[in-house]
Design a binder for this molecule. Structure first.
Ligand SMILES: Nc1ncnc2c1ncn2[C@@H]1O[C@H](COP(=O)(O)OP(=O)(O)OP(=O)(O)O)[C@@H](O)[C@H]1O
Length: 500
């Protein structure tokens, strides 16, 4: 591994150079991110870089109090390491220095989210066993975050008609600089259809949609205001979790980076600190007058709770002067799709190793925190000019538990979708992400999608997979014949030709 480490370390420099080579003007012109070449090598990531991750952890704690600190008197539980900390039930959270050392020592990156359905040592404690003024605390926690909508009771956080996001209250004066274009975007999407709008950056790319199909995620796709039936009183003033959020005008819009299905992404500058950031504007659901998409709530909740160098950092959520909401993220200069589209030669093996180790570290962090991403593909992997890779776009992500519950199978862009999803399973787990990153690794090595099925054709996608890996049977894949799609007539292909 030592030799491999050296090789990867060197290659990270090359990846950074190659990323810069494709965008020489971008890297050099404004010099906004003149970063050291060594930032993704092993030395820095695992030695010096560890300091960075601790520093980010403490920043995250600050964020955490914003996310979950509002729930006074609640008993918080530790995440994975069993770390114990102290919470003042008056709402001010304190963590003793001893506990803090424990937190930092116990895990390489601090686990940020709760573990559903797992018995924890503290579970055995009787009520009152904790010292009077001490309770168990958990740093950023998906389940207790104010953005959490996983439990139906909490789903009452929605926009109300007299809120500041009420469209009728819109006035020309109240528009912010992000608003004009945003309104146009919404008009163009006013049919309420979820079809992919034309993208600016990848418009002419043959990889534009990465085999994407328009998805209707059925039971999981709704917006906050679809949940009004929960019977809980609506909080006065709209989305309660937005109270106290800063205004988007704290940022100066520089340019539009890209538009995805669920939001428009802008490059912007913090007016005070001059930091360059990415602002993702959340598209409201136009079919519903005040709809805040559940996917966006999930994305915000998960990203605010995560803390890992390979996961894009969300700094805060800000609001526009009218009915717009923005996620403020660290800015990375490229995404892997754009970089690969411009490459003539594939990445070298060692470059691929450098990218893959970052991707795998990020995914390990997610999976060990019970999160499945469910939409891993090159355009959701951001790269900076130093060769650092970060996973973004958590619109499809969700927490899972044990035992596995049925989820929608209409997730993951087609070329990166696993056979079990293509065959219609509703009970799936982290393996769907592992399949996607296997496809991404193949593509990094060959510069061509590994399994490039015809658009919206699951059978063709499966035929392409079976042509390489063999047509499954109950022997090679126990349980295959009970999958809904297994009855289709697939061509018989010999087992596993991956090496040829
Ligand atoms: N933090 C960031 N820094 C720079 N660019 C970004 C950032 N986040 C997103 N982007 C760019 O915007 C694009 C779309 O972002 P994202 O995937 O989050 O939006 P989406 O609406 O969920 O897209 P999709 O249609 O893939 O679901 C990305 O592919 C990337 O090019």
């Amino acid at each position: 591994m030592a030799a491999g480490g050296v090789e990867i370390s060197k290659s990270s420099v090359v990846v950074a150079d190659r990323v810069r080579d494709f965008y020489p003007r971008q890297g050099g012109r404004d010099g906004e991110r003149r970063q050291t070449k060594r930032s993704c090598d092993f030395d820095r990531r695992f030695n010096d870089g560890r300091r960075d991750s601790y520093q980010r952890h403490s920043e995250k704690r600050r964020k955490c109090s914003m996310v979950s600190g509002e729930r006074k008197g609640e008993v918080f539980r530790p995440a994975l390491g069993g770390e114990k900390a102290v919470v003042d039930l008056g709402g001010t959270r304190k963590i003793s220095s001893e506990d803090r050392v424990g937190v930092l020592k116990s895990t390489e990156y601090v686990s940020a989210v709760s573990v559903p359905s797992v018995k924890h040592p503290f579970d055995d404690l009787e009520e009152g066993q904790l010292e009077d003024d001490e309770q168990v605390v958990q740093a950023p926690n998906i389940a207790t975050s104010k953005w959490c909508l996983e439990s139906p009771k909490d789903e009452a956080v929605h926009v109300v008609k007299n809120s500041r996001w009420n469209r009728s209250s819109l006035s020309p004066e109240s528009r912010d600089e992000f608003q004009v274009e945003a309104s146009d975007e919404r008009r163009s999407n006013s049919s309420g259809s979820r079809s992919l709008e034309p993208l600016s950056a990848h418009e002419n790319s043959e990889h534009e949609s990465e085999g994407r199909i328009d998805i209707d995620v059925g039971d999981e796709q709704c917006c906050a205001s679809d949940l009004n039936d929960s019977g809980v009183d609506e909080p006065e003033g709209g989305l309660s979790m937005l109270s106290g959020s800063r205004d988007v005008n704290e940022y100066q819009k520089l340019s539009k980076i890209n538009e995805g299905t669920y939001g428009v992404v802008y490059k912007a500058k913090d007016r005070k600190t001059e930091e360059i950031v990415a602002l993702k504007m959340i598209k409201m659901n136009m079919e519903d007058e005040y709809g805040f998409p559940l996917t966006s709530l999930r994305e915000i909740n998960i990203l605010l709770s995560c803390n890992h160098p390979s996961i894009v950092n969300v700094k805060e959520v800000v609001v526009g002067n009218s009915d717009s909401v923005f996620m403020v993220m660290e800015h990375l200069e490229h995404d892997l799709r754009g970089v690969m589209d411009r490459m003539k030669q594939p990445f070298s093996t060692s470059e691929v190793k450098c990218l893959m180790i970052q991707l795998l570290e990020g995914l390990k962090y997610l999976h060990s925190n019970w999160i499945i991403h469910r939409d891993l593909k090159p355009s959701n992997l951001l790269l900076n000019n130093s060769g650092e890779l970060k996973i973004c776009d958590f619109g499809m992500a969700r927490q899972y538990g044990s035992p596995i519950k049925p989820y929608t199978q209409l997730v993951v862009t087609q070329w990166y979708r696993s056979p079990e999803l293509l065959l219609g399973t509703k009970e799936y787990s982290t393996a769907v992400d592992m399949w996607s990153i296997g496809c991404i690794m193949g593509e990094l090595l060959s510069l061509k999608p590994l399994f490039r099925g015809k658009s919206q054709n699951d059978i063709d996608q499966l035929q392409q997979i079976f042509a390489v890996l063999g047509t499954p049977s109950e022997t090679t894949w126990p349980g295959f014949t009970s999958l809904p799609g297994s009855k289709a007539k697939f061509r018989k292909q010999p087992y596993n030709l991956l090496r040829y």
